[in-house]
Write a protein that binds this ligand. Structure first.
Ligand code: HEC
Length: 94
């Protein structure tokens, strides 16, 4: 019984940890083809993410619902994944 509890805790921790590696993986697999690995590529007029000045709420909205040539991500990414990818975009700006 104790072991089961430990496993559940580990599972919970791995799902909910804010590992930047996850945001990076998501960004590089889903977003980099238009935005570039460093956020500056700008395919189809994509904004340079290093210069982007949106708030967290605006990021969530743009990524969730899409804008212009950028598709909406709500069917392909969970809310947690969107949060992770936003963390990563903010890392790119440093
Ligand atoms: C098909 C190409 C494409 C893909 C893939 C794509 N984007 Fe975009 N993105 C765009 C374009 C084009 C714009 C600019 C839209 C506009 O404002 O006219 C944009 C704008 C944005 C903006 C707004 C920036 C600002 O300052 O206004 C954010 C944030 C963003 N994208 C994040 C993402 C994330 C995160 C992903 C991956 C989950 C992603 N994009 C995938 C094309 C893309």
């Amino acid at each position: 019984m104790k072991r089961l509890l430990m496993m559940m805790l580990l599972f919970y921790a791995s799902v909910h940890s804010n590992d930047p590696g996850n945001g990076k993986k998501l960004f590089e697999s889903k977003c980099a083809r238009c935005h570039g690995k460093d956020g500056t590529k700008g395919l189809f007029g994509a904004k340079n993410l290093q210069k982007s000045k949106l708030t967290d709420a605006e990021y969530t909205k743009v990524i969730t619902n899409g804008i212009a040539f950028m598709p909406a991500w709500k069917k392909r990414l969970s809310g947690d994944q969107i949060t992770e990818v936003i963390h990563y975009i903010k890392e790119l700006k440093k």
